[in-house]
Ligand binder design. Structure first.
Ligand code: HEC
Length: 108
């Protein structure tokens, strides 16, 4: 009975995700996925030293749609920063939606 309910819920979840195309972002889920992002993005005024000295943009408080588009751009190659392309390549659509929702909510 419990198993059947869980299966039904899962199926409904997949169906709505497929319909919506873009998964809805969850700030709670995003919080658990940003540990490695913070190494670069969490430090105000931080500059990368490789491959060139570059200011790392702060993400907190930016619009979720903007962050999501930026991440999709790195993954697709439309944006060309080498470190971010490598990182975005390892993110699923759900990861991108979640971290965008988290950062848009402001970093606590
Ligand atoms: C190695 C350092 C580093 C790590 C780790 C890193 N980033 Fe970045 N990120 C950068 C740099 C540098 C830029 C600016 C690149 C550019 O100008 O295109 C950037 C840009 C971005 C942008 C675009 C911001 C804007 O204002 O245009 C987003 C969104 C982003 N990163 C998200 C993330 C997320 C999410 C993670 C973790 C999954 C992450 N980054 C991990 C260095 C890093």
């Amino acid at each position: 009975m419990i198993v059947r309910t869980a299966v039904a819920l899962l199926a409904a979840g997949f169906a709505s995700a497929a319909l919506a195309q873009q998964p809805a972002g969850s700030a709670d889920a995003g919080r658990k996925k940003i540990a490695m992002c913070e190494g670069c993005h969490g430090i105000p005024g931080y500059r990368t030293a490789y491959p060139e000295v570059y200011r790392v943009p702060l993400l907190g408080g930016q619009q979720a749609a903007y962050l999501l588009r930026a991440l999709q751009g790195y993954k697709s190659g439309a944006r060309s920063h080498p470190s971010m392309r490598g990182i975005a390549a390892g993110l699923t659509d759900q990861d991108m939606a979640d971290v965008s929702a988290y950062y848009a909510g402001g970093v606590k």
